[in-house]
Design a protein around this ligand. Structure first.
Ligand code: SF4
Length: 432
């Protein structure tokens, strides 16, 4: 039996420009590939990087779906199904909107796919494929290891993705992770994580946990065990980590080079509206927090969500100035997205502010970076333009030069400097 795994792209028709440069390995598909045993065969097609060969022979297709790629995922599914190939959909978007996803697939997975993947293979071979599998959430990747050779020959960024945990204990009103995992957080078995690093000889790792530091006790045990492996790593984590100096020390000692931090806004009213608890707690200490990052030599990739109910064109500009002044290694300015199932989505729906019939992810006119709701202080088009300008300004030549000169972070050593130059180059290209 041959299984084809697909990572859908947003597609140039939807995005209007190539936003796929700098793609990362689709870890979740490698985990499923690792569960497919010989003599069964598995291949991966990454729609962001290559054409999907719909006529190539295959028995079963599995597609991972997030809200941005949902429309393209449904299109790919349809292309296979009209050829008589059965398709399974899984991923965050499918779990948030199972009824919608069911219309575009022979079977769907709600929740983590690993616990049911072997059952799915068995059912497919025996002609008993079920319409829906709902395994829920348990210990992530319990005894499951990615088959990374499916990435061979594809032009991904040179960093290996891994997970130590899934979910997050916080309850931010815009966050689909929080809805997906119902505010729960689970760590993998530490021995599994260490084994995976050694088995695959990983040296440069991005922990794509929703919030790596959620379980302080577990993560500290893990980091102590990570030190002898001498890897370099980065993570997605919340800013409240800076209040725990033991954790910060362990992160530095175990090879942390930087972290993606969701700042979201520099306005306390917005943070309260978002219920972004870790930031609210540390709001008056942002300056101190940034100093702590610097003291440990960590690069900071800051993420901001613009277009909230307290934002106008002036506050968006001030947010960009804050990011430049803070000399962040990278910053991402996103239009606030009302993801299905989130509180923000429900609020906009109740206030009749959703555009694209309330289904932006599956609407033929929706394009990436467009605001799918009516902002309070500007038009949707003004928000789109302001977001594009924010990214353009942040990655302007003068801003890149200004931010580079930080001897405690961006120019601290050769590794930091090469990360700084490479990623600023990639993001400048996609921002202009
Ligand atoms: S802290 Fe991050 S991952 Fe956790 S709920 Fe908030 S936005 Fe989501």
């Amino acid at each position: 039996m041959k299984v084809t795994l697909i990572k859908p792209g947003i597609g140039s028709i939807i995005s209007g420009y190539n936003i796929n440069e700098g793609s990362m390995e689709p870890l979740q598909l490698a985990i499923l590939a690792g569960l497919i045993e010989e003599p069964d065969e598995v291949v991966l097609f990454d729609d962001r990087l290559e054409e999907v060969p719909f006529d190539e022979k295959t028995d079963l297709v599995a597609i991972t779906v997030d809200s941005f790629s949902a429309r393209r995922a449904y299109e790919i599914s349809s292309n296979y199904r009209i050829r008589g190939v059965r398709v399974i959909l899984g991923g965050m978007h499918v779990s948030l909107l199972p009824e919608e996803a069911s219309l575009h697939a022979d079977s769907i997975v709600v929740g983590d796919a690993e616990p049911v993947w072997k059952q799915i293979m068995y059912d497919f071979k025996n002609g008993t494929l079920q319409k829906i599998y709902s395994p829920g959430f348990g210990i992530p990747q319990d005894g499951c290891f990615p088959k990374r050779d499916i990435f061979k020959g594809k032009k991904y960024l040179p960093v290996s993705l891994m997970q130590f945990s899934r979910g997050c204990k916080f309850n931010c009103t815009f966050c689909s992770v929080s809805k997906f995992f119902k505010h729960s957080h689970q760590c993998r078995k530490i021995d599994d994580v260490l084994y995976e690093i050694e088995k695959d000889k990983l040296k440069t790792i991005l922990f794509v946990d929703d919030n790596l530091i959620t379980n302080r006790k577990e993560v500290k045990i893990f980091l102590k065990e990570l030190i002898p492996l001498k890897v370099k790593w980065a993570s997605q984590s919340s800013i409240d980590m800076t209040g725990d100096l033991e954790l910060m020390r362990l992160m530095a000692d175990s090879g942390c080079v930087g972290n993606l931090i969701g700042f979201e806004s520099i306005n306390i009213n917005t943070l309260k509206w978002f219920n972004k608890s870790p930031n609210i707690r540390d709001f008056n200490n942002y300056k101190e927090a940034l100093t702590t990052f610097r003291d440990h030599g960590f690069l900071t990739w800051a993420s901001f969500m613009v277009g909230n109910d307290f934002d106008n064109l002036d506050t968006i500009q001030r947010t960009v100035e804050f990011a430049m002044k803070s000399k962040f290694t990278l910053a991402f300015f996103h239009v606030l997205m009302p993801y299905p199932g989130t509180e923000i989505y429900q609020q906009f729906k109740a206030e009749d502010r959703l555009l694209y019939d309330g289904h932006w992810w599956n609407h033929p006119d929706y394009k990436y970076n467009h605001a799918p709701f009516q902002p309070k202080m500007m038009s949707a088009e003004q928000l789109r333009e302001a977001t594009i300008k924010a990214n353009k300004d942040f990655y302007s030549v003068s801003s890149i030069a200004h931010r580079m000169f930080d001897g405690r972070t961006n120019m601290r050593n050769f590794i930091n400097f090469s990360i700084y130059t490479r990623f600023n180059y990639v993001l400048r290209k996609t921002s202009i």
